[in-house]
Write a protein that binds this ligand. Structure first.
Ligand code: FEO
Length: 396
């Protein structure tokens, strides 16, 4: 159902309440998502982004209720991952000659996905499109988070169509940030940043500062997922600058997997030692095999340090920890400290492997890891607690 945003701009996207996973199964979406598409009606009519492929027919059918498709003068494709370009093929069957404004990389990606030579108009930062009272200005934003990404600014209405940046996988019919539960909203916004944008933080900082230097008036930020930032849109920009700046809270996350509870007992004993020495630091324990992997990435994003634990199995790591480390490496976290621990019965390679992988992922490993043979008890628990105490200064 279309929703009017301003006299000239109407939301024509899709709220996907059922979505549980995104990027295949790489990203969990426990609150669903939305694919935001916008129809701009000035002297010229512009359609900005579409929706994910499974909803292409529904999208075009709904769009026809809002406008005669032949009245669309221009299509703008800010970013061409399938969640935004997915309905293009269905749409272009109806209006095959409509120009598609996108970056040069955008044209390549659309051709690579849909194998059609549509009427592409490639644009660069600073290029403009006059549509009547308003002018659209394009701002390339490569690697936020794909090479093709750009943003579009609409003068007069003072709207930044930011595409994925400032988005959240969050379904709501209420449209605006001030209408929804803000604790839910910011939990989804930080999860989105941590899991999607962390590797590109230096580009985030640079691009935001570039856009701020234009001193453009800003009434709304309209991203491609989740709510529109209407009440104080600068608040999410400030959050992004904070998150992009090697963000951390006073938190230590202890993340482990365990076969027969020995590594869990180690985790709890180390946590006890940390807590006794520094009662103010937030310590969170997670069994990686039982937790959502993307929530773990968010917790690591918030942490100043992590302790990673795994029992040894078949001369290696338990798979939940091995898989998590692969994700962690890709995030390119900066300014985070770490140490490793794990139980073993005979060969006991896990701690050495964890240590190497943490270093490889860019963590500052502050102390040799600690191993416990079989089941820790008595003196061993005390030793682990002492290990936790000894970490406090090193993890500051
Ligand atoms: Fe929402 Fe990168 O697509």
């Amino acid at each position: 159902m279309a929703k009017k945003i301003t006299d000239k701009v109407t939301w024509v996207g899709k709220v996907d309440w059922e979505l549980t996973h995104f990027h295949g199964h790489e990203y969990s979406t426990s609150k669903g998502s939305s694919y935001n598409s916008y129809l701009i009606r000035d002297e010229k009519t512009v359609l900005l982004d579409t929706v994910w492929l499974p909803y292409d027919q529904e999208y075009v059918a709904n769009l026809k209720k809002e406008i005669n498709l032949n009245k669309i003068d221009y299509i703008i494709a800010n970013h061409n991952e399938i969640d935004h370009s997915g309905a293009l093929a269905e749409l272009m069957r109806e209006i095959p000659n409509t120009p598609i404004y996108c970056t040069a990389n955008g044209a390549k990606i659309i051709k690579g996905h849909y194998h059609q030579d549509w009427n592409f108009v490639t644009v660069k930062t600073g290029d403009t499109l006059n549509i009547g009272e308003s002018t659209l200005t394009f701002v390339e934003a490569p690697m936020l988070h794909w090479p093709d990404t750009m943003m579009t600014y609409m003068s007069g209405e003072n709207i930044l169509f930011s595409n994925d940046a400032f988005g959240q996988h969050y379904s709501t019919e209420l449209l605006y940030n001030d209408n929804v539960d803000n604790s839910e909203l910011f939990a989804e916004a930080i999860k989105y940043y941590a899991n999607i944008l962390t590797p590109f933080s230096k580009f985030v900082t640079k691009k935001i500062n570039e856009v701020l230097s234009f001193n453009l008036p800003l009434n709304l930020i309209c991203p491609s997922h989740g709510v529109i930032w209407k009440n104080n849109p600068a608040q999410i920009v400030e959050k992004y600058l904070d998150w992009a700046n090697d963000y951390q809270e006073n938190q230590i996350s202890i993340i482990y997997d365990t076969m027969w509870e020995s590594t869990r007992k180690m985790a709890e004993a180390i946590a006890d030692g940390i807590n006794k020495t520094d009662p103010n630091v937030t310590i969170k324990l997670f069994n990686a095999s039982k937790e959502d992997k993307n929530d773990l990435i968010t917790e690591i994003f918030k942490s100043k340090a992590i302790l990673l634990g795994s029992s040894t199995i078949n001369n290696g790591l338990l798979h939940s920890i091995g898989g998590l480390l692969e994700m962690v490496k890709g995030m390119k976290f900066k300014n985070k400290k770490a140490a490793a621990f794990g139980s073993y019965g005979w060969s006991g390679e896990s701690v050495k492997q964890l240590t190497e992988k943490l270093k490889d992922a860019g963590f500052d490993v502050v102390k040799d890891g600690i191993r416990s043979l079989w089941v820790p008890d008595g003196d061993e628990i005390t030793k682990l607690s002492e290990y936790g105490k000894s970490l406090v200064e090193l993890l500051k």
